[in-house]
Design a binder for this molecule. Structure first.
Ligand code: HEM
Length: 395
């Protein structure tokens, strides 16, 4: 057994942890892993320990810190290291969250339901018109989160090809692709924010101009970095969760039948799917800014810390039958949206998109089935967002 096993590893099944994670899990709840650049970082795999460390005051999100663990070459770029919110610590982080939280609260998101239902119905119309076999990645999984976040922000959807492509490359491209795409996105948003400051629209960007820029709380550059992180964070995560969720349900027909029997079970099923598929394999990347004692280990100031959503979500200490998908589970508590102060800002929106999409898809196309063996679906994104590149279905 190696001293510190390699992390990340690739999934071979879209919804199952990579085989090598069994060893990592067995050596948890806290252990050291080896990253692609040969450096070591601490990894937390236990559910309780993950929550404990994610609320520890000595944990920092400062990606410019020399000890910050980099899990793939693309995260070395300057833009990735200085993202708003994600790469910030309190007190500035808390101020930004205070500005943004009300616009992503359950109440605000509920008001978006009729529009999201209309958007989803339109995409499913196109799938039906297309006829089998149809690839759900370009027909639903990619455009749905894109259109929803564009409408919410007040970003012109005509440009969706550009930022779908760019945000995909930022999250999943090579180091060079990712850095170029991040710069292109930055330049695009820079122009957009300048226009919004001159003539604010009804969307969130215009609202933030009225609420925060005019008042002098934030300036042009801050608004650009907020818009950038919202666009990047909303795209790949939701798109991948949608595709992985569909695959998982189609591969578990008895579970899908339970949802068809009673669609009111869908919100609970979405939670269980989020637990089970753990789209964001890694839910937090941090550096210790002071010593941290956890589960009998001492993490020293300056050492890197990773939290594995994939393993915490399957932790048998808190989940009965942890490796089983059970859409009727009473409490599928999971870490797919992270935990603590950085917990996902867009989680209510993501849940709603998933619920509406699953409902419409499985109601309108009752005979839907995978048109390729699940083992042959190409998956990208070890360690970060797990993305299927094609999702062919037939009916
Ligand atoms: C199923 C879909 C999604 C998943 C699995 C997901 C996952 C996550 C995770 C794990 C974090 C915590 C990162 C950390 O602690 O370092 C996070 C943060 C964040 N997410 Fe999401 N996310 C999703 C959808 C969205 C959407 C739709 C938005 C759109 C607004 C969004 C915006 C953000 C932002 C801005 C943060 C940073 C929050 C902070 O640092 O305070 N996410 N997300």
């Amino acid at each position: 057994m190696t001293e510190a096993p390699p992390y990340p590893q690739k999934r071979t099944c879209p919804y199952e942890p990579p085989a090598g994670y069994r060893e990592i899990g067995e050596r948890g709840p806290v252990l050291k892993v080896t990253l692609f650049d040969g450096r070591e970082a601490w990894m937390v795999t236990g559910y309780r320990e993950s929550r404990e460390i994610l609320t520890h005051p000595n944990l920092s999100s400062q990606r410019t810190h020399p000890g910050f663990p980099i899990v793939a070459p693309r995260f070395r770029s300057q833009i990735a290291r200085t993202l708003a919110l994600i790469a910030m610590d309190p007190p500035v982080h808390d101020v930004y969250r205070r500005y943004l939280n009300p616009h992503f609260s359950l109440k605000s998101v509920r008001r978006m339901r009729p529009e999201i239902e209309r958007i989803v119905a339109g995409f499913v119309d196109r799938i039906v018109e297309h006829g089998p076999p149809a690839d759900l990645v370009p027909l639903l999984a990619v455009p749905l989160p894109s259109l929803v976040i564009c409408r919410h922000l007040g970003v012109p959807y005509e440009d969706h090809d550009f930022f779908q492509d760019a945000s995909g490359k930022v999250m999943l491209g090579t180091e060079e692709e990712s850095a170029t795409a991040a710069q292109d996105l930055f330049d695009y948003i820079d122009r957009l924010v300048a226009e919004q400051i001159k003539d604010p629209s009804d969307g969130l960007l215009g609202t933030l101009v009225r609420e925060r820029v005019v008042t002098g709380d934030i300036g042009h550059d801050e608004l650009v970095s907020i818009a950038l992180v919202l666009l990047i964070a909303a795209h790949e995560t939701t798109s991948s969760s949608l595709a992985l969720g569909v695959i998982t349900l189609l591969e578990h027909p008895e579970q899908l039948a339970l949802l068809r029997e009673d669609p009111d079970r869908l919100p609970g099923a979405v939670e269980e799917l989020l637990r089970y598929i753990a789209t964001t394999d890694l839910v937090a990347t941090r550096v210790a800014k002071g010593d941290i004692e956890i589960a009998g280990h001492l993490i020293r100031a300056g050492e890197g810390v990773l939290v594995s959503g994939t393993l915490a979500n399957r932790d048998a200490a808190v989940h009965e039958r942890a490796d089983e998908l059970d859409v009727l589970r009473e409490d599928s508590h999971h870490l797919t949206f992270g935990f603590g102060i950085h917990q996902c800002l867009g989680q209510n929106l993501a849940r709603l998109e998933l619920e509406v999409a699953f409902k419409e898809l499985f109601t309108r196309i009752p005979g839907i089935r995978l048109a390729a063996p699940v083992g042959e679906l190409p998956i990208l994104g070890a360690g970060t967002v797990q993305r299927v590149l094609q999702l062919p279905v037939a009916w």
